[in-house]
Design a protein around this ligand. Structure first.
Ligand code: NAD
Length: 310
């Protein structure tokens, strides 16, 4: 019999997890505090699965109809979690809302069910501190859109039992995601810490009048980005010299001295923020944001196909 996954919260991320788990043959039970949200989510999942099937982008070996049959909605939290291998919490990123949802979940969940949170920013030790099931709590942070961007950051709290992240990693690999396991929690996890370093330097270059908003974005989209879609920063360096030690011999001193000149962390606010907004608006008017997001997702879809081929 197929194992069951409970999903708490049927918004954007809850729906994506439901599709990913069903694509690998898990039974999925979707719960939301707003029952009509679940009905809407099921309709949207059906539409998306059919579209993916038509465009030959459906993940897994099962048809859209078979995958859809694995996903059900429920208005009972108890039913959502009963006997589940894992419950993936996908409630809004508001600490009080998440803590309340986790307390309610904690009251009905039984060992050995794993409680996994999709949080992008909250520390696992804080989210789980008062839970009686806290030894089986972990963060599994996806990247949007998870159907095409496969990274999942697994972050344990200090009280998480060692087998939990190991099991979640195995589960994520089993559904075709690419997990990375942090050995301990750190603010921002890994992806956002790296993203913030990039954002800070991009901001400095615009504020210091070095590059315009559209030119600095090209440094990523036409320079670093294409390379990093296939290789990490360390392998890129390794290939750019005769191995890492040779790279360090050649470039470590320069990297250190340029980094020393970068100055304090900028604040993304005030006049600087207004100027960046104005320049971006000229290129992509606010009323075109949705259209641009769709274009981004279409590009990511094609990239995901290419990454699978190479
Ligand atoms: P969302 O607002 O689209 O959906 C949240 C859903 O949770 C809503 O349907 C809401 O009704 C429901 N909800 C609220 N309280 C609840 C409760 N007590 N029990 C059950 N359901 C409840 O949010 P989202 O964008 O799907 O984000 C969910 C989580 O995923 C957040 O922690 C977010 O940080 C994380 N995340 C989001 C993204 C992203 O790009 N959207 C990326 C990675 C991680």
């Amino acid at each position: 019999m197929a194992e069951t996954i409970g999903i708490l919260g049927s918004g954007l991320i809850g729906r994506s997890w439901a599709m990913l788990f069903a694509s690998a043959g898990y039974k999925v039970r979707l719960f939301d505090i707003e029952p009509q949200q679940v009905q809407g989510a099921l309709r949207e999942i059906e539409g998306q699965l059919r579209e993916l099937e038509q465009s030959k982008l459906l993940r897994g070996k099962r048809s859209a109809r078979e995958q859809l049959a694995l996903i059900s909605g429920t208005t009972s939290l108890q039913e959502c979690v009963a006997g589940a291998l894992l419950v993936q919490e996908c409630t809004p990123e508001i600490l009080d809302v998440k803590m309340k949802a986790l307390r309610d979940l904690d009251a009905v969940v039984q060992p050995p069910t794993i409680i996994s949170s999709s949080t992008s920013t909250h520390m696992p030790s804080i989210l789980s501190k008062d839970l009686k099931n806290k030894s089986r709590f972990v963060v599994a942070h996806p990247v949007n859109p998870p159907y095409y961007v496969r990274l999942v950051e697994i972050v344990p709290a200090p009280h998480t039992e060692a087998w939990v992240p190991v099991k979640v990693r195995e589960l994520m690999e089993g559904i075709g995601q690419v997990p990375v396991a942090l050995q301990k929690e750190v603010a921002g996890f890994s992806l956002n810490r790296i993203q913030y370093v990039i954002l800070n330097e991009v901001w400095r270059q615009v504020q210091d009048g070095i590059l315009s908003v559209s030119d600095v974005d090209k440094v990523m989209s036409e320079g670093l980005g294409p390379r990093y879609a296939f290789l990490g920063a360390l392998e890129t360096a390794y290939l750019n010299a005769e191995g890492m030690l040779n790279y360090c011999d050649r470039y470590a001193e320069t990297i250190y001295s340029v980094s020393q000149s970068m100055g304090p962390t900028p604040r993304m606010e005030g006049e600087a923020a207004k100027n960046v907004q104005k320049e971006l608006c000229e290129r992509i008017p606010m009323e075109k944001l949705q259209e641009r997001r769709q274009w981004r997702d279409a590009c990511l879809t094609r990239l995901a196909v290419l990454k699978k081929e190479v």
